[in-house]
Design a protein around this ligand. Structure first.
Ligand code: GLN
Length: 499
């Protein structure tokens, strides 16, 4: 029975709980057993709280017994990225500087998961402060990709992607600042969405780059991702950049799943050198599928996208250097060298030297430099101008097409260790995802096959205008259904960790 339960989609599991065919406690226990069985190999979780999870599940079962109306995901377990504050669990952002910190409050996303009756199994591994593309920057050791445990699960939300791909949870949360949901989803064969910036709340999300950070869902299929998206999104008065507008109808779009009359633009700039042959091959085939379903496909040029990576690596570090100033050895977590002989400044310097990993330090130094007087205009200022050009490219493109598509990542999952000492190579993993963050658009990654040369998953990215998130789900669902027919089932069924 427990194998059967973890095989169900989140939508099916929620329905089975509502219909009384199974209980939230049974579902939660099945997933806890799975975590106990495989997380030694995968290391998706930094913290699992079986007792707290079972207690949340019992509360859902009790509400059902009282005759309460349960939502679509009530009783469904979820893995939660360790960048969201949780009042009953440690929150570290995978950094030594926050080791052991227990937040006094829940993030809005956490609060809404609880309100929807989702059962939080634990907190997932990530790159420290969400800086990275492989989860190797975690202070607590890397996570493995369930498709090949010698490879990266993507990052920064790699614990979340690995947990879902290894069937340790049907759903997970992530955050996407430059690609950290879409890229891990792509390399793990999952669906991952970056909502419109401001469409999901940043309150209680430990800040990396505030003008880019966006919470979003991971799931094994498009409908499940839409259900989770809907569950935690929407206006939040506690986040000043939250958009006061209804959540786009993503669930309806995922159920509809068609491309009738839709104009699809292929971004010309995202191909060529640096792209793995098998990635381009699967991408091209998927576009042909969309065309066969009735989409009108055209090529579109977005020339400024070529400068997106460079602009991002000035803007994101600049914001991070300011956001991470709060880790001052006084307010949270670690404090080093406070033996009564040292000044506050010395303790702060010692704590930050010991508490931050090399990538975080690199970003703080880069950002501080880019913001310093005399350099501000040349670096940060120019990067902001490029950001405007990227927005204009999107606007111009969306006058002619409804969505833009590209490969999600230039390559499939690379081997653990391969890029960890080569920041530039690591940064290239987000080449195709960064423009949507800089412009604030909605984007989603959906699996489009396995690369012939290594048998690893390839993702296709669908980008839509601000607040048109539903379009990405509509196209994603259409493609998913067509490809499932072609493959004779889910792509994930071919993973060594499939159940
Ligand atoms: N890999 C990118 C970076 O390191 C994006 C990270 C993210 O989206 N959180 O900054």
């Amino acid at each position: 029975m427990s194998g059967d339960l973890i095989r169900l989609t989140a939508a099916e599991l929620g329905a089975a709980i509502r219909d009384g065919e199974t209980s939230a406690v049974e579902a939660t226990q099945s997933y806890l057993d799975r975590v106990a069985a495989v997380d030694g190999d995968i290391h998706a979780f930094l913290h699992v709280d079986a007792d707290a999870a079972l207690e949340q599940a019992r509360a859902v079962d009790a509400r059902r017994a009282e005759g309460a109306e349960l939502g679509p995901l009530a009783g469904v377990p979820i893995a939660h990225k360790d960048v969201f504050t949780t009042r009953d669990m440690p929150t570290t952002a995978a950094s030594r500087i926050l080791e052991g910190w227990r937040p006094p409050y829940d993030a809005t996303v956490t609060e809404r998961l609880r309100a929807a009756g989702l059962v939080i199994l634990g907190k997932t591994n990530m790159d420290e402060f969400a800086m990275g593309s492989s989860t190797e920057n975690s202070a607590f050791g890397p996570t493995a990709n369930p498709w090949d445990v010698s490879r990266i699960p993507g990052g920064s939300s790699g614990g979340s992607s690995a947990a879902v791909a290894a069937f340790e949870a049907p759903l997970a949360t992530g955050t996407d600042t430059g690609g950290s949901i879409r890229q891990p989803a792509a390399v793990c064969g999952l669906v991952g969405a970056k909502p419109t910036y401001g469409g999901s709340s940043r309150y209680g999300l430990i800040a990396f780059a505030s003008s880019l950070d966006t919470p979003g869902p991971f799931a094994r299929n498009v409908l499940d991702a839409a259900l989770l998206h809907e569950a935690f999104s929407g206006h939040d008065p506690r986040d000043s950049t939250s958009i006061d507008a209804p959540v786009p109808p993503v669930v309806e779009a995922a159920r509809r799943g068609d491309v009738d009359g839709l104009r699809v633009g292929i971004v010309r700039e995202f191909a060529g050198e640096g792209y793995q042959t098998g990635v381009l091959q699967r991408f091209t085939e998927a576009v042909e599928v969309l065309e066969s379903l009735g989409a009108k496909v055209v090529e579109v040029s977005c020339p400024s996208f070529r400068s997106a990576l460079a602009a991002y690596y000035l803007i994101a570090p600049s914001e991070c250097s300011s956001n991470l100033a709060r880790f001052d050895a006084m307010r949270y977590g670690l404090r080093s060298g406070d033996d009564g002989t040292r000044s506050a400044e010395e303790v702060m310097a010692l704590t930050r030297a010991e508490g931050f990993g090399p990538e975080v330090k690199r970003r703080i130094i880069l950002g501080t430099y880019a913001l310093s007087s005399g350099y501000y205009d040349a670096y940060y200022g120019s990067a902001q101008q490029v950001r405007t050009l990227i927005k204009r490219d999107f606007d111009a493109a969306f006058e002619h097409v409804d969505v833009l598509v590209s490969p999600t990542t230039p390559t499939t999952a690379f081997p653990l260790g391969e890029r960890v000492d080569d920041p530039m190579a690591m940064y290239l993993a987000d080449l195709c995802t960064i423009p949507a963050n800089l412009a604030g658009n909605a984007a989603l990654s959906v699996p489009c096959g396995l690369a012939p040369e290594d048998g690893l998953p390839v993702g296709l990215q669908i980008m839509a205008p601000v607040l048109a998130d539903d379009r990405t789900y509509r196209v994603g669902a259409a493609l998913e259904t067509a490809l499932r027919d072609r493959w004779g089932g889910d792509l994930l069924a071919r993973s060594p960790y499939a159940v």
